[in-house]
Design a protein around this ligand. Structure first.
Ligand code: PGA
Length: 245
């Protein structure tokens, strides 16, 4: 486990974008696992800049996203497919056919999840997986109680996640109650993981993730023993850590 503490959220984003750019340069046909949320937004803007100005080439890159809301159409402005298109894919020289986001509108959601797992396998697995972390310690939509060998599946969102995500919707009742999410077992199979976090609101969760017990109560703690995991967190998110990093 490697922990990098950045001075600011801006620096966290720069370091994370450089981390990704480095892996893409070394393996142009890399398979990336991607995340949504406020935390990666700026990193995605920086990757788009690198594509535009530095010739960082996404033409052979494949991507698989962690999760999607159940019931939202891909063109719904709160769907994660829409987020990824607007924040990243539309701004890269990536072939959209190589970008994979679970469909929240599939007729059979469990089948959609099983097929997604199969697609990742056929692609040879994820080389580099990006993770954010929820205020309650979730990774993707693996809420507290998710097991470390969980697979891609339909999940019920907790009240705290619905509340946290309601900031993106007109009102809390509009937030879907279920989602499709890669499992923790699925995430753990990536060759490499980068987890990013910023802001004082994440300080307790980051402390529990890195220094607390490994427990299903804090799903992010279940990946910290991955043999190739890096955390890039800003000073505020690191403010409650007790160890030296
Ligand atoms: P955030 O969400 O980046 O919007 O804080 C992270 C998460 O819920 O995984």
């Amino acid at each position: 486990m490697k922990v990098i503490i950045a001075e600011t959220a801006e620096e966290m984003s720069r370091k994370a974008a450089e981390f990704f750019a480095d892996r893409i340069r070394s393996k142009p046909d890399i398979t990336l696992g991607l995340a949504t949320g406020g935390t990666p937004e700026n990193m995605y803007a920086l990757l788009a800049e690198k594509c535009e100005n530095e010739g960082l080439d996404f033409s052979h890159v494949k991507t698989y996203n962690l999760d999607e809301y159940a019931g939202l159409a891909p063109d719904h402005d709160q769907s994660y497919r829409y987020f990824m298109n607007v924040k990243l894919f539309n701004n890269l020289n990536i072939d959209k056919a190589n970008t994979h986001v679970l469909s929240g509108q599939a007729e059979d959601l469990e089948k959609e999840c099983a097929e997604f797992e199969q697609k990742i396998k056929e692609a040879g697995g994820v080389d580099l997986q990006l993770l954010g972390i929820g205020n309650n310690g979730h990774i993707a939509f693996n809420e507290p109680g998710s097991s470390s060998d969980s697979r891609t599946r339909v999940v019920d969102l907790t009240e705290s996640t619905i509340k946290a995500n309601s900031r993106f919707f007109e009102n809390e009742n509009d937030v879907p109650k279920q989602a499709l999410s890669m499992g923790i077992g699925t995430i753990r199979e990536a060759n490499e993981i980068l987890l990013i976090a910023s802001g004082s609101g994440k300080a307790d969760t980051v402390q529990q993730t890195l220094e607390g017990p490994v427990t299903e109560d804090v799903p992010a703690s279940l990946v910290r023993d991955h043999d190739n995991i890096t955390f890039i967190i800003d000073k505020e998110a690191a403010s409650k850590l007790e160890g030296e990093y």
